[in-house]
Design a protein around this ligand. Structure first.
Ligand code: FES
Ligand SMILES: [Zn+2]
Length: 444
């Protein structure tokens, strides 16, 4: 239930301190993005953005960072005083405390809870699985109050919280900070299934050229044929207009940030900034080792216990290779097996059956678990090819003799867990390997 609370004590150090002071640092000024909807950026320069929605119950602030005194006055002049604060997560209570200090204590605070109550019946609370958050949704109704500019009847607008982060018009996945990549993709599926037409993300940074260059279609963005198929990367900061396309692209090929660096520009081992390889198959650039890691390998003649090669050419990227690589890295960290290298490689050919993964020892031979996995994957890919009219010729079979085709992120992570534990008694093939489908993935 969206319950009312009279909580009074914000955790120390919340953004409320700045709001309460109303000092020079507070510069958030709202901008109207839809009729009856205003948004503003946190004055601390972070990616946090607030939403003010004019509802029949008065102004509802959603996950609001501080507003400047001038911004507050402007919003009040246009929409009236804030009556409610709705949060997408209890973790954001400090924002509500700050808003109550700014707007007065009769502002009602709504937390996400089981019965989905919100400040107004037109605002729906959408639970987001295990991440402990809700999205707040409303639809175009024809009402002059809730309808947005360019918002058709029944179009859905979704306000999302901390789990969805956006740079420009591109959703970005912060590796290590957000839930595991599989959970993140399930979250995207839930958001997509709502049919949302517009997104108002609570974490929305300005466009970053490196993020643009990391999207699945990056290499072809200037090509009209590709631009037509790609999700938009440019647009206003405060709203994502083509939510269905943007979510579909992020599901197929999430842009992964390691620290603040988009994956292809981060060292494939240590994550420090690095110069990527040129793209293949009209995809984004392919990550590689930074100079320091290359030099360290050269000096120490290091051979890792395991190398996991992941094809990150354009086609495999668009078929889910990013999520596979992120899951592999997470499993390497989780299993405490630092002697495993995840090595992105360029297109290996026969793209229609990617993403491809090869596991090999430092000496180049294939552990038995990996061979069994690859054979099971190849059998699945042959079946898939027959069903979809894809030719499996000698070249494809040559690929299957080295690389496992059509690998999903969960299988890849499990493979590492097994291959990195050679003491495991018997290689397990079916189950646990249930190859995930990528029928829905975009392919050129
Ligand atoms: S992009 Fe991976 S096989 Fe072509
Ligand atoms: Zn490095």
């Amino acid at each position: 239930m969206g319950r009312m609370t009279n909580e009074t004590s914000a955790p120390a150090g919340g953004v409320g301190d700045a709001a309460a002071g109303g000092g020079a640092l507070v510069t958030g000024v709202p901008e109207q993005v839809l009729l009856g909807v205003w948004r503003w950026a946190a004055p601390d320069g972070s990616d946090r953005c607030g939403t003010a929605l004019l509802s029949p119950q008065g102004v509802v602030l959603i996950d609001p960072p501080p507003l400047s005194a001038a911004g507050r006055a402007a919003l009040e002049a246009e929409a009236g005083p804030a009556r409610h604060v709705a949060l997408t997560s209890e973790r954001l209570l400090p924002l509500a405390s700050a808003a109550r200090r700014a707007w007065g204590r009769d502002v009602t605070v709504w937390l996400p809870a089981a019965d989905g109550r919100t400040p107004d019946a037109a605002i729906e609370s959408v639970p987001l699985g295990t991440v402990g958050e809700v999205a707040l949704a409303w639809r175009g109704t024809g009402s002059p109050v809730l309808d947005g500019c360019g918002l058709r009847r029944d179009d859905m607008v979704l306000t999302t919280g901390d789990s969805l982060r956006v740079a420009g018009q591109t959703l970005v996945y912060h590796e290590g900070e957000q839930p595991p990549v599989g959970e993140y993709l399930r979250l995207l599926e839930t958001l997509k299934a709502t049919g949302a037409v517009h997104l108002l993300p609570a974490r929305h940074a300005p466009e970053d050229p490196r993020v643009v260059a990391s999207t699945a279609w990056a290499a072809g963005l200037e090509n009209p044929r590709y631009a037509q198929r790609a999700a938009p990367v440019r647009g206003p900061r405060f709203i994502v207009w083509q939510a269905q396309r943007v979510l579909a692209e992020a599901l197929a090929a999430p842009v992964v940030l390691r620290g603040d660096v988009p994956d292809p520009f981060a060292c494939s081992r240590c994550g420090a900034e690095s110069r990527p390889l040129r793209q293949t198959c009209s995809g984004p650039p392919v990550p590689r080792l930074c100079g320091t890691c290359r030099e360290a390998d050269r000096d120490s003649h290091r051979t890792p216990a395991l190398r996991v090669l992941v094809c990150e050419g354009g086609c495999c990227t668009r078929a889910g290779a990013r999520a596979v690589a992120a899951a592999l890295r997470a499993e390497v960290i989780r299993s405490g097996a630092p002697d495993v290298d995840v090595v992105p490689v360029r297109c290996i050919g026969r793209c229609a059956l990617g993403p491809y993964v090869r596991v090999a020892s430092g000496a180049g031979d294939e552990p038995p678990t990996a061979a069994a996995f690859r054979e099971a994957a190849a059998a699945g890919a042959r079946r898939y090819a027959t069903e979809h009219g894809i030719q499996v010729d000698e070249d494809a079979e040559r690929n299957f003799s080295r690389f496992a085709p059509r690998v999903g992120q969960e299988d890849a992570a499990r493979l590492i867990a097994q291959a990195a534990a050679p003491q495991a008694a018997t290689p397990q093939v079916a189950p646990p390997f249930t190859l995930s489908s990528s029928e829905g993935s975009a392919r050129p």
